[in-house]
Design a protein around this ligand. Structure first.
Ligand code: FSX
Length: 301
């Protein structure tokens, strides 16, 4: 088959308040491999060009800031922002870089670079919803990319890829959907998450679901049974972890015997209770009755 080659798509990646888990996780991509991501086609006929990436580029200081300036001149790039954006004190709490004695904040880089991007991808829950960085008491005024857009009337298309950290497929699969079918090819939910990856509850595909329906609940870690009473948030969490699996498709959190803590949700972490605290707005089955999941009051569904 004759595959038409298209020009490389320029990608600018900038980093706000985070633990670098989002980049670490997504650069462990297997399909496409890191070799394909950086040197070859991401999918046949389509290549990415990482013009600026603070975690894998060799340049630093003034040279790095000049590379960022030059990359931004080529409009229509994909802008990936991971980490939350501190907005208190003019964003002084997170600096992208320094040039000629002037510090450039992630807040001003976000505002500037978003304007000429084809699409902005908020990578990880901190960038998508504030996440841990915006947790109470949030002294830096950390906000999601979406909230910064709303406050500054930025209309550039935005996609949220949450997860603390996100799965590599969620990021690069979404970029592939854009490359092959355009932005309109990506169906988003009410929180701008791609439905391909965040369209179903963990609960719908959980291998422990039969235990839940039977009313058989683990009382301590290691017990057989559904992990609901040990704080599992799978019944209110949208992600495809049970089917996609992690770390080279070997396992996932519940497969390891630990409860899901709902890291892809907008309410994570402050409004979901402690990690090992049972969610209380759920109707659980009794005497083998079929379970009926109540609407989640937080999500307003
Ligand atoms: Fe947050 Fe990401 Fe969690 Fe960490 O960039 S979503 S703390 S995995 O690194 O921002």
């Amino acid at each position: 088959m004759d595959i038409k080659k298209s020009a490389p798509i320029s990608v600018i990646s900038i980093q706000g308040q985070n633990c670098t888990g989002c980049v670490t996780s997504t650069l462990c991509s297997e399909y496409p491999s890191i070799e394909n991501l950086l040197l070859r086609d991401i999918i046949p006929g389509h290549k990415l060009e990482f013009a600026f990436h603070p975690n894998i580029m060799t340049a630093s200081g003034k040279l790095a800031m000049e590379i960022l300036e030059n990359a931004a001149k080529k409009k229509g790039y994909v802008l990936i922002i991971d980490g939350a954006i501190p907005t208190a004190s003019n964003g002084v709490y997170c600096i992208t870089g320094e040039k000629d004695g002037r510090k450039y904040t992630i807040l001003e880089e976000t505002l500037k670079l978003s304007l000429d991007a084809m699409i902005v991808i908020a990578l990880g829950t901190c960038a998508s919803f504030g996440g841990i960085a915006a947790g109470n008491p949030n002294p830096t005024g950390a906000q999601s990319v979406g909230d910064v857009f709303s406050a500054n009337d930025i209309k550039t298309p935005l996609i949220n890829i949450p997860g603390c950290p996100p799965h590599p497929d969620w990021l690069f699969g979404t970029i592939e959907e854009i490359l092959t079918g355009g932005l309109e090819n990506v169906q988003l939910d009410d929180f701008k998450r791609p439905k391909t990856y965040f369209g179903k509850l963990i609960h719908e595909n959980c291998p422990n679901r039969a235990y839940f329906d039977e009313g058989k609940f683990a009382k301590k870690l290691g017990d057989e049974g559904c992990l609901y009473e040990l704080g599992c948030k799978g019944p209110i969490t949208y992600a495809d972890c049970p089917k996609r699996l992690w770390n080279g498709r070997t396992n996932w959190v519940i497969g390891c015997g630990a409860p899901c803590n709902s890291c892809t949700s907008p309410e994570y972490p402050d409004f979901l209770g402690d990690f090992y605290e049972r969610i209380i707005d759920l109707e659980v089955p009794a005497n083998k009755r079929k379970a009926k999941i109540q609407e989640n009051k937080f999500l307003g569904r």
